[in-house]
Design a protein around this ligand. Structure first.
Ligand code: SF4
Ligand code: SF4
Ligand code: FES
Length: 921
């Protein structure tokens, strides 16, 4: 480890050849910077990170250098505090401020602006220029981001993130004389689904969160807590922020292994369902409960409610519990405990429950290990089987965009170019990409960076997967009848995966095809047999899909059947709209057969309309619990705020309602549970796989120097005035017995354990860049441990043991198109396919209308052109849908958008009939 001298004091730094700015920031020096970013590295554009370098200890003059463009060398001597260098840095800010508007008081970035921080840090205080400022026209960039180009300081971070890191094309830098413009070629939505990160990447207020703007509050007035995104199974870490009982925005919470510095746009902008007018804020009892409670429909008291619930729960074995992959482990386990494991169902569609159970077994038994998103980004040979990753696990797609740079980077390193020298790296790399193969039914957003793509029906994708496994290891079953081009593709993929140091196979449940999942597992097994550390990643449809799968509960159809068989008299439905899980007819039949329907929900839907007892629960922002992401990492989310009605017991966390019910029934396991941590401990005790779940975050009694961690900032304002319309007294902050966090600005002001960090702030660092101060190494782990706990770790088997385990051999026959029917394949949309985010107005605006996708030839044969109306018949229902021509779709296959009303609850595999005319009757 080299020694460098900073202002004549020796320091040991980690790596010779590493980046000097990075090393100095790691050592805790406050060197100002703009264009450098730990994930985007250095281009030397802003000239702010100047330090003075000296030849040796006798050199008194030195020279000014850019620390972000300088490699660390043994005995390097620099000064960060030299007066000349300080004047230089203040001069740079002065130049930038010549044209920057002095609009901080009305700027959305104000208070967490990196430019403000750097201006204060460099000491530039007086404006000397009396000339007019340069001005620009701003653009309308759609419902997600606001554009205020006058604030630009031309650091180039935005285009470097958008184009080079996230692979976007429609944001560029346009220049004419001294007018350098960062924007689109014309007004319009930024097409890249990671565009929201610009609000954090841009060091000033050029790109800001437009959804936040609509209900703006000063950022230091936000109450925040560590949370987890609930909009897909990737489990990205977030900081939601609340003020006046409304969730105002979501920002990235750094997790080295999961989402790093970024979020996708669904995760960032999908939060507004929390404020939706369809939120349920009052418990409700239906007319059917009158004879038990003596209350009229709609009017409900806690006493009446619990009278009804206790009556109901004494049905004992005849109560069914329907859980949910969008609810926490704690809520699901409390329900399972209430009704008993045999009467608990996962709440997932039958095919999904079946596939996820299989996936969870494969992940547990190995030998392929489920990678974190960081591991995905480090892969150097990837096969995607059946998943449109950018729409089903967006942040995994962002990781794959980095993974394809790994092979070309080896050549760049051979040229002696350091990895952090971004401009040189890109010049050396040009457009070269590492091996990524995408095999899916339809085109995907990753095709443009793929080495080769393959389009086929799910069975044929599985056959490709089985053939690749066989090409890697002949012990894997052979696919005999494949044609020449496919054989060639198989050989190419097999050889690229064998050549990779870190090969990765990605699959999932999107195609509803078990053979496809088996083929992915076979490839991973075949690679592991050759001694490669092959990773096997399955995308997960919802935020706790894997958690539920690990509970090994049955799917919804089996639950319907057993309810009918056992003549169930009551059902408790947890945060689940059953009409999205099965066809309308079966759901109605099931609900009509049950005399007592208890629904715990946060937002009204078709299922809540059927409730006899409706119990309003907190959303992720008003509740706490644990979710298991697709990697198998259990992560805890904390309540951000207490919604109106929670302190009076009208709204509770789902697990809290269930704990009350467990107490009513004097349940021997759960009757005394008081907190979600108690439930997690019960879960760990009963089911071995969850034994580490209670360690996912510090327990409620955890204190730092005897204090709780405050959710409010130390600058939080209006505490004595914000409720003045209700009381002139300053109300006592709500208690939070369930966590080591407090709803207050008082408490531990230092750096808490990583899982409890409620925001990033450090003296002098008010922007997101304050994160540097929370990491043990910049770009590396957070101080205070890695948040969350991996609960799936396959056994490390030696080659001999791997040899003994059999390969899957359920190779399907080649797909045969039918004459008058088309195989339905779901097409996923980042905006629209997920239930909760689709309720956010900005996401709703970007969601597609329901449509039918057909291959061009087939559409022509049926007499359709793009935009025509087709009548589609599926599972006894007909839909009139607009035709979209998708030339990539294979013949015999019809694509329908997943989860977009009215196309919810469709089961897989299914066949559809299509007609130009509406069928009579
Ligand atoms: S828009 Fe923001 S990120 Fe882009 S160049 Fe200007 S200041 Fe930098
Ligand atoms: S990838 Fe998934 S978990 Fe991550 S931010 Fe996007 S929707 Fe949320
Ligand atoms: S941070 Fe070094 S030149 Fe911009």
């Amino acid at each position: 480890m080299p020694t460098i001298f900073i202002d004549n004091r020796p320091y040991t730094v980690k790596k010779e050849g590493g980046n000097l700015l990075h090393a100095c920031l790691d050592l805790g020096f406050d060197i100002p910077y703009f264009c450098w970013h730990p994930a985007l590295h250095s281009v030397g554009a802003c000239r702010l990170c100047a330090v003075k370098q000296f030849r040796d200890e006798n050199d008194t003059r030195g020279k000014i250098i850019m620390s972000c463009m300088t490699p660390v060398t043994e005995n390097l001597r620099i000064s960060v505090d030299d007066p000349e260098v300080r004047t230089f840095r203040a001069g740079i800010i002065e130049l930038l401020m010549l044209n920057h508007p002095h609009d901080c008081p009305v700027c959305d970035e104000g208070g967490e602006c990196h430019l403000q921080d750097m201006t204060v840090m460099t000491g530039h205080v007086y404006r000397k220029s009396r000339f007019k400022k340069r001005t620009y026209r701003n653009q309308d960039l759609g419902p997600l981001l606001n554009h205020e180009m006058n604030r630009c300081i031309h650091c180039y971070r935005c285009v470097r993130f958008y184009r080079d890191y996230a692979g976007g094309r429609d944001l560029g830098v346009f220049a004419s004389h001294h007018h350098v413009y960062f924007g689109r070629h014309e007004d319009g939505l930024l097409q890249n689904v990671f565009s929201g990160n610009l609000a954090e990447v841009c060091p000033t207020g050029v790109f800001t969160d437009k959804t936040f703007k609509r209900h703006y509050t000063r950022t230091w007035d936000l109450q925040t807590a560590p949370s987890i995104c609930v909009h897909c199974g990737a489990g990205c870490n977030t900081f939601p922020g609340e003020r006046y009982g409304k969730l105002r925005r979501v920002r990235n919470r750094y997790h080295e292994e999961v989402n790093g510095y970024f979020l996708c746009d669904r995760g960032r902008f999908g939060y507004e369902f929390v404020n939706h007018s369809r939120r349920i804020r009052q418990p409700f009892l239906s007319r059917r409960t009158e004879k038990i409670t003596g209350h009229q429909e709609g009017t409900v008291t806690t006493e009446g409610l619990f009278k009804y619930l206790s009556h109901l729960l004494h049905f004992g074995g005849k109560v069914l519990g329907i859980g949910s992959p969008t609810a926490s482990l704690e809520a699901n386990y409390a329900l399972r405990t209430l009704v008993g494991p045999d009467h608990f169902c996962s709440g997932m569609s039958e095919s999904e429950a079946d596939l996820l159970l299989e996936i969870s077994r494969i992940l547990r038994s190995g030998p392929g290990r489920s990678p974190s998103l960081r591991d995905v980004a480090m892969s150097d040979g990837v096969l995607v089987l059946g998943e449109d990753v950018i729409n089903t696990a967006p942040m995994m797609a962002l990781a794959l965009k980095q993974a394809v740079k790994n092979r070309p980077m080896e050549k760049v390193k051979d040229l002696g170019i350091p990895e952090w020298n971004d401009a040189f790296v890109r010049i050396a790399m040009q457009d070269e990409k590492g091996p990524l193969f995408v095999a899916t039914p339809d085109s995907t957003g990753l095709d443009e960076i793929a080495k080769e793509v393959f389009r086929a029906a799910p069975d044929d994708l599985a056959r490709l997967g089985f053939a690749v496994a066989n090409a890697i290891d002949t012990d894997a079953p052979e696919v005999t009848d494949i044609n020449g081009p496919l054989r060639a593709l198989t050989a190419t993929i097999a050889s690229a995966l064998k050549d990779a140091k870190y090969p990765l196979i990605i699959c999932g449940t999107s195609c509803g095809n078990k053979a496809l999942i088996h083929s992915a597992a076979n490839i991973a097994r075949a690679l592991c047999k050759t001694g490669k550390p092959a990773s096997l990643s399955f995308t997960m449809p919802e935020c706790n899909s894997l958690g539920l799968a690990l509970m090994e509960a049955k799917g919804i159809r089996k639950a319907f059947k057993s309810a009918a068989k056992e003549k169930a008299e009551a059902v408790v439905i947890l945060e689940n709209d059953l009409f999205r899980r099965a066809d309308e007819e079966s759901v109605n039949r099931f609900l009509d057969s049950i005399a007592n329907i208890v629904v715990i929900a946060s937002v009204s839907n078709r299922t809540t309309e059927k409730a006899d007892a409706l119990l309003p629960c907190g959303t992720f922002a008003e509740s706490s619990g644990t979710l298991v992401n697709n990697e198998g990492r259990a992560q805890h989310f904390f309540r951000v705020f207490v919604p109106e009605g929670m302190s009076e017991g009208k709204i509770m966390e789902s697990w809290n309602w269930l704990c009350r019910m467990l107490a009513v029934t004097e349940n021997t396991r759960g009757g005394t549970w008081k907190t979600d941590h108690d439930i997690a401990a019960g879960l760990a005790d009963e089911l071995e796989i969850f034994k580490h779940v209670p360690n996912a975050a510090p327990p409620p009694e955890f204190r730092e120097t005897g204090q709780k961690v405050p959710r409010e900032t130390h600058r939080f304002s209006g505490r004595t005035a914000m409720l003045a319309n209700k009381t002139v007294h300053e109300p006592k902050p709500s208690d939070d017995p369930d966590s080591p966090l407090s709803f207050s600005m008082e408490g531990f002001g230092g750096r808490p354990p990583a899982a409890l960090i409620p925001r990033y702030w450090s003296p002098g660092w008010n922007s997101v860049q304050a994160l540097n101060k929370f990491q043990s190494e910049i770009g590396g782990p957070l101080r205070g441990g890695v948040p969350g706990q991996r609960i799936i770790e396959p056994k490390q088997l030696g080659p001999a043991k791997i040899n003994k385990e059999p390969f899957f051999d359920d190779i399907p026959g080649a797909f045969n198109a039918r004459k008058d029917e088309w195989l339905f394949v779901p097409l996923f949309h980042i905006f629209g396919s997920e239930e909760l985010s689709s309720m956010s107005p900005s996401i709703e605006e970007l969601s597609p209308k329901p449509y039918l996708a057909l291959n061009a030839d087939e559409a022509q044969k049926l007499g359709f052109t793009d935009g025509d109306v087709a009548y589609v018949y599926l599972a006894g229902k007909s839909y009139s849908l607009q035709v979209r021509i998708r030339s990539a779709l294979p013949p015999g296959v019809a694509g329908l958008p997943f989860g977009i009303p009215p196309l919810e609850g469709l089961s897989l595999p299914s066949w559809v009939r299509i007609s130009k005319e509406e069928a009579a009757g």
